[in-house]
Design a protein around this ligand. Structure first.
Ligand SMILES: [Zn+2]
Length: 592
C-alpha cells in the first residue's frame, strides 16, 4: 500500500508560477521585540487544489528543524473570501487549499511566534525567512520568485546581504531563505575589504548601547581574516558578503552560514574582547561560503525545503570548515600560538576520553545529524554528538600534514582548497560533489592512498585518531594541566568515567566505567566524599594525583559506593617530538 503522502503528492502536479508574477511577501516585524511577526503572502495561482509548504529541512541545520509550531493564526483568502485549509495528514509541513474558480491569486495570512531569547530580544533580532513564509510546490524553489518587504520596529536598523530590500527586484525563494536579515536598535556597520572586487562587510547589532562599536584591534583582525581566506581560496562565489553579527546573551555562539552572509551570534562583549572564539566563529562561517554553500555534498544539495537531506558528507562540509576555522583564526591573529596549540591538545584529550568512539564511526555521526544535533542527553558520551565537526577537524589536520610531509612542504591542504572550492569567481551557485571527487582532487594535489585513509578515519571506528594526527604534526600529547585554548571539557573525570558538577550532581556516567561499575548512576548527587561533605576541588585533587586509590562516594539518600581509580591529570599539553618537523605551527603561519 502506498503511504497517504505519496497519494497526496501525486494528486497535485507541481505548480509553475509565471516569472513575471512574484509572490508578494509582507513581513510586519514591528513586534519582533516581543517575538511576534505578522505575515501576509499573496501567491499568483490558478483555481483548483493548491499546496503550500512551510520550510522543513533547513540548510545549515541539515535536518527537519523548521519551527512549524511557531506558525499560528493561519488563514487563506481567495476571490475576496476566506477559504478552508487542510494539513497533509502525513507531511505535516504541507497545507492544501481549494482555490475557487475565477480567482487568480490566493493570500495567506499568519502569525509567527518564537520562543523568548531564541532569535529576538527587546533590542535586536534575527529574521530567518524560512520561518516567515510558505511556498508552493514548483519542483525547485530556485524557480519561485518572491518580492519581500519587511517592516522593523520604529527606529531599528535592517541589515542583510539581500539587495531586493532596496532595489525592489524579485529573488528566488532559495536566495531569499539563504539571505537572512538582522534588525536592531544599537547598530553599526564596517567595511572589511574585498575579494576579487566583491566587498566584504560586517553589520553589528548589540543588546546594549556601546557594544556595537568594534574596537580597532578586533577590526584589524577581522580585515586580516578576510584577506587570509581570499588568499587561500583565490576566488569567491558571492557578489557581496556581510557578517551579520548579533551581540547578546541570546543566540550567543550560534552561527549559521549562507552564500553571501552569515549569522554570527556572539556574546555581548565578544567584539570588545576580540577573543579567539569570536574569530573562530567568523572564520568558520565565512569559510562556508566556499565549503558548504558553493561546493556541497550531493546529499545536502536538495532542490527545495521539503525533500529529506542526507548528511553523510558533513565530515567535509563541517569537519573541514571546523579545521579551517581554527586555521584562519590563527592566521589572522584572533588565536595566539598558545591558544592554537592548546585547542588541539584539548580536542585530542577530549576524544581520548569519549566512550562513544568505540562503537560509532565519524560518518555515522554525520549521517545521524537529524538525531544528534542539539541532543541533550545524560548519555552523550556513549551516544556521541556532532563529532563530524571536531573529529573531522583532526582528520583534516592529519591530511594537511600528510601532504606537507609528502611534498617536503611544497604543497599543503591550501592547494586542495583552491582546486576544490576556490580558483574561480562567480555569483552564488551550488556545485554538488561526492566523496570520490574529494579523493580524486586530493590525489591530484598529492598522490596517496586517500580512499584508504578516509575510509579508515571516517567510515570505521578508529580509536587512535587524535594521537596520530598530532604526531604527524610533530607533537605528542603529554598529560598535564589543561592548557589555554578551545574545547576544554569542564567536570569530565575520565579516570572515574563520569561528569560531575561542583554541587556533586552526576550529569553523566560512562557505562562500564569505574563509577558505573561501583554503582553510581546518572542523576545521582554526591553528598559525601570519603565520609566528609562533598567538595569538587578535593575530588579533583585526589583523582589527578598519579596514584591508584579508592574513593568512598555517598549519594543523596545515604547509599555509598567504593570507586577504585588510577589517578591521572585531566588535561594534556603538546610536546614537540625531537627530530620531527613542526607542521602544526607552519599551518598557522599567515599567507602572504
Ligand atoms: Zn559550520
Amino acid at each position: 500500500m502506498l503511504p497517504a503522502f505519496v497519494l497526496a503528492f501525486q494528486a497535485l502536479p507541481a505548480q509553475v508560477l509565471p516569472a513575471a508574477q512574484p509572490i508578494l511577501l509582507n513581513v510586519d516585524a514591528t513586534a519582533i521585540d516581543r517575538n511576534v511577526v505578522r505575515v501576509s503572502e499573496t501567491f499568483p495561482t490558478a483555481s483548483g487544489k493548491r499546496a503550500f509548504y512551510f520550510p522543513k529541512f533547513i540548510p545549515g541545520e541539515h535536518r527537519a528543524s523548521g519551527p512549524i509550531n511557531g506558525l499560528v493564526s493561519l488563514h487563506f483568502f481567495a476571490g475576496g473570501k476566506e477559504i478552508d485549509w487542510d494539513r497533509d495528514p502525513v507531511e505535516l509541513f504541507r497545507f492544501v487549499v481549494d482555490v475557487p474558480k475565477g480567482a487568480s491569486s490566493v493570500e495567506a495570512r499568519f502569525t509567527v511566534v518564537s520562543e523568548p531569547s531564541d532569535n529576538a530580544t527587546p533590542n535586536l533580532a534575527r529574521i530567518k525567512w524560512n520561518r516567515v513564509l510558505l511556498y508552493p510546490d514548483a519542483g525547485t524553489t530556485d524557480r519561485i520568485l518572491v518580492l519581500p518587504k519587511i517592516t522593523p520596529p520604529a527606529g531599528w536598523r535592517v541589515a542583510s546581504a539581500l539587495t531586493t530590500l532596496t532595489d525592489g527586484k524579485p529573488v528566488s525563494v532559495t536566495e531569499l531563505i539563504d539571505s537572512p536579515v538582522i534588525v536592531g536598535h544599537y547598530a553599526q556597520s564596517y567595511e572589511l575589504g574585498s575579494i576579487d572586487g566583491a566587498s566584504v562587510g560586517m553589520d553589528v547589532m548589540a543588546e546594549q548601547d556601546g557594544y556595537q562599536i568594534v574596537p580597532d584591534a578586533a577590526l584589524a583582525k577581522a580585515r586580516e581574516l578576510v584577506r587570509q581566506e581570499g588568499a587561500a581560496y583565490r576566488g569567491r562565489h558571492f557578489r557581496r558578503y556581510r557578517f551579520l553579527v548579533t551581540l547578546s546573551g541570546a543566540g550567543a555562539g550560534a552561527g549559521l552560514e549562507h552564500h553571501e552572509s552569515s549569522e554570527d551570534g556572539s556574546g555581548l562583549a565578544a567584539a570588545q574582547n576580540d577573543a579567539a572564539g569570536w574569530g573562530e566563529l567568523l572564520a568558520h562561517e565565512f569559510n562556508h561560503s566556499w565549503n558548504g554553500k558553493f561546493r556541497r555534498p550531493a546529499g545536502l544539495a536538495t532542490p527545495d525545503f521539503h525533500k529529506p537531506m542526507d548528511g553523510s558528507g558533513l565530515w567535509v562540509y563541517e569537519g573541514l570548515t571546523q579545521y579551517m576555522g581554527y586555521v584562519f583564526a590563527a592566521r589572522s591573529g584572533f588565536s595566539s600560538p598558545e591558544v592554537w596549540q592548546g585547542t588541539w591538545a584539548n580536542l585530542a584529550r577530549g576524544f581520548e576520553a569519549q566512550p562513544g568512539r568505540a562503537w560509532r564511526p565519524v560518518v555515522d555521526t554525520a549521517r545521524s545529524v537529524g538525531l544528534v544535533r542539539g541532543l541533550r542527553s545524560a548519555w552523550s558520551g556513549e551516544v556521541r554528538g556532532t563529532d563530524y565537526y571536531t573529529e573531522g577537524a583532526l582528520v583534516w589536520l592529519e591530511a594537511d600534514c600528510i601532504i606537507r610531509e609528502g611534498t617536503k612542504g611544497a604543497k599543503s591542504l591550501d592547494d586542495f582548497l583552491r582546486r576544490f572550492f576556490g580558483g574561480t569567481t562567480d555569483a552564488p551557485v551550488v556545485k554538488p560533489y561526492t566523496t570520490e571527487e574529494v579523493v580524486r582532487e586530493l590525489n591530484t594535489v598529492y598522490p596517496y592512498d586517500w580512499a584508504g585513509f578516509l575510509h579508515e578515519r571516517i567510515d570505521r571506528v578508529h580509536l587512535s585518531t587524535p594521537s596520530e594526527a598530532l604526531e604527524k604534526a610533530g607533537f605528542r600529547l603529554v598529560p598535564g594541566a589543561a592548557p589555554v585554548g578551545r574545547n576544554p571539557r569542564a567536570g569530565t573525570l575520565p579516570m572515574l568515567g563520569l561528569i560531575v558538577g561542583r554541587d556533586g550532581t552526576v550529569s553523566s556516567v560512562w557505562v562500564e566505567g569505574p563509577a558505573f561499575r561501583a554503582g553510581l548512576g546518572t542523576g545521582m548527587t554526591i553528598t559525601k566524599l570519603d565520609g566528609k561533605e562533598f567538595s569538587y576541588d578535593e575530588l579533583l585533587t585526589k583523582v589527578t594525583t598519579p596514584n591508584p586509590g579508592t574513593l568512598q562516594l555517598t549519594v543523596t539518600g545515604g547509599r555509598s559506593f567504593s570507586v577504585p581509580y588510577v589517578g591521572a591529570p585531566i588535561g594534556a599539553r603538546l610536546e614537540a617530538i625531537p627530530g620531527k618537523t613542526d607542521w602544526l605551527n607552519a599551518i598557522a603561519k599567515p599567507l602572504p
